[in-house]
Design a binder for this molecule. Structure first.
Ligand SMILES: NC(=O)C1=CN([C@@H]2O[C@H](COP(=O)(O)OP(=O)(O)OC[C@H]3O[C@@H](n4cnc5c(N)ncnc54)[C@H](O)[C@@H]3O)[C@@H](O)[C@H]2O)C=CC1
Ligand SMILES: O=C(O)CCC(=O)C(=O)O
Length: 467
């Protein structure tokens, strides 16, 4: 046998393959080149728009948002405050008062109580998939657009889930822990191959469907349950009820959003429907599983193991947690159980995912702040006009967020009728509508008047003029 390669050479090999270099990594769609194509060049070279000159814009970034987003905001000249953790409510209220945009991940709760203090806030960027941490309706009603990254970390979650399926099946967590603690325990009883076993996926969206393909490549049979009829990939089969999925799966994995319907969707009755000796994986949201019921099912041996990445409450920052900590409820019980793998909400935590999310959400926030384009907003009408050219003089862009009631366009177009409307587009979503219009032939006084007149309309939620 040849002698082992020195570590220094191994790390060089890693650099070459690009494994530790975010720039060279293979990313999920949309790719880095996609972003390079669409990213701030258009924004940067466009006309500088006010009343926010870029340097006046304040952005608060919490929860260690990726450097790629910081780079985008720095390129724009925005004032950025960056914190690695989320904030307790009172500190958040203080900080949110004068920022124009905030970037968060899954832990920062932007409730009505917090948002009502955010007098200058026009946009929220969730640097993740889930948006359940934001009061989306309150935000929309107050003219605050919310953006997320709908699929940049899906692959990372799917890959982690595959690792967990095999780990549960081989009791990998326990064997690892035993050896770390000085015990050699070579055993094969109740350890299985995953080939030929059935994986039940609850929620066949971006993550669930990606996982389906990976699981089939391992030789697993895949069933899935979703509230929507979704085209099956490969040989997977959609079942018509959650019960059917639970009755027929060796592994059940959850990939649904947090909604009132998914709250505690796996509790005692559902656990009872699972096969004896089956496994449960929750990488979705902590509220989806009734943890005391799961603990009971594991204790009595109904289930042979579980992986939990998400908890009903989670600590704000990395570091030690206390036994019986409120922020990790039921952790003391979970820790004592066999074949239970606990992870600190890392489903989407890879270099590739975080870098792609930073670029994606950083770009859409910049587009919205600088140009008013709301494409990708999750709570808000999606409207865009092409950027104003640098050589266009005396042009003003109107961003008018208003109540979705009859008569608004008549009133607005009466106000605009003295000017040449170069282009105009509007759309509505629920109670809120958003109109973008570029008008030409306006001077400084016209702009002031337009702003005052639009703000004075009874339908006005928020008016921004960019010029
Ligand atoms: N652990 C982690 O770090 C991460 C967790 N997540 C969580 O995973 C969730 C799913 O992510 P994606 O697949 O991207 O979302 P998605 O929106 O693409 O798919 C969710 C699917 O669940 C289905 N669904 C909704 N309610 C349902 C119900 N009551 N019963 C059955 N199906 C239902 C939807 O129709 C949809 O097909 C996110 O909402 C987020 O909460 C996402 C990324 C990372
Ligand atoms: O990485 C994070 O902070 C949150 C990941 C997540 O749960 C999501 O994207 O919804």
């Amino acid at each position: 046998m040849s002698s082992p390669q020195p570590i220094s050479q191994l790390s060089k090999a890693f650099e070459k393959t690009g494994l530790n270099s975010p720039k060279n990594t293979v990313s999920t769609s949309p790719t880095t080149s996609y972003f390079d194509q669409y990213r701030p060049s258009g924004v940067k070279q466009g006309k500088t728009l006010k009343p926010f000159s870029a340097g006046d814009l304040k952005i608060l970034l919490l929860e260690n948002v990726n450097q790629t987003a910081l780079d985008i905001f720095a390129q724009q000249g925005y004032q950025v405050e960056f914190l690695k953790t989320s904030l307790p409510e009172d500190e958040l209220i203080e900080k949110i008062k004068d920022v124009h945009a905030i970037g968060i991940r899954s832990k920062t709760r932007l409730t009505e109580n917090v948002l009502k203090h955010a007098k200058n806030l026009v946009a929220i960027g969730c640097f993740c998939i889930g948006t359940n941490q934001v009061d989306l309706e309150y935000a929309a009603k107050n003219g605050i657009a919310v953006f997320n990254s709908p699929f940049s970390n899906s692959r990372s979650v799917a890959e982690l889930t595959i690792a967990e399926i095999i780990s549960l099946s081989r009791e990998l967590g326990d064997r690892n822990m035993e050896l770390h603690n000085g015990t050699w325990n070579k055993k094969s009883a109740r350890c299985w191959e995953v080939r030929g076993k059935t994986l039940g996926i609850v929620g066949y969206g971006h993550i669930g469907s990606q996982l389906s393909v990976l699981a089939e490549a391992l030789g697993m049979n895949v069933l899935y349950y979703d509230v929507l009829m979704i085209m099956s990939l490969g040989n997977s089969k959609q079942v018509s009820s959650l019960q059917e999925l639970l009755n027929n799966s060796d592994f059940v994995t959850l990939h649904v959003p947090e909604t009132s319907d998914t709250k505690q969707m796996i509790s005692t009755p559902q656990l009872a429907e699972m096969r004896d000796g089956a496994y449960l994986i929750n990488n979705s949201r902590g509220t989806v599983v009734d943890l005391p019921a799961l603990i009971e099912a594991l204790k009595i041996g109904k289930l042979a193991g579980a992986c939990i990445d998400v908890f009903p409450k989670e600590p704000r920052a990395n570091g030690p947690y206390f036994n019986g900590d409120d922020l990790l409820p039921f952790i003391d019980d979970l820790k004592t159980l066999k074949n239970v793998i606990l992870t600190p909400h890392i489903g989407g935590s890879t270099e590739e995912a975080q870098s792609a999310i930073g670029i994606e959400v950083g770009t859409v926030l910049t587009k919205y702040l600088n140009e008013g384009a709301s494409i990708g907003a999750v709570n808000f009408p999606e409207v865009a006009l092409r950027a104003l050219d640098l050589d266009q003089e005396n042009v003003c862009r109107i961003l008018y967020i208003h109540q979705n009631v009859p008569g608004v366009l008549k009133t607005v177009n009466q106000i605009l009728s003295e000017y040449n409307i170069e282009k105009q587009f509007s759309d509505s979503r629920g109670d809120i509508a958003y109109l973008m219009a570029d008008v030409s032939g306006v001077n400084h006084d016209d702009i002031k008047n337009l702003s005052a007149e639009l703000e004075a309309t009874p339908f006005n939620v928020s008016t921004r003029l960019l010029y």
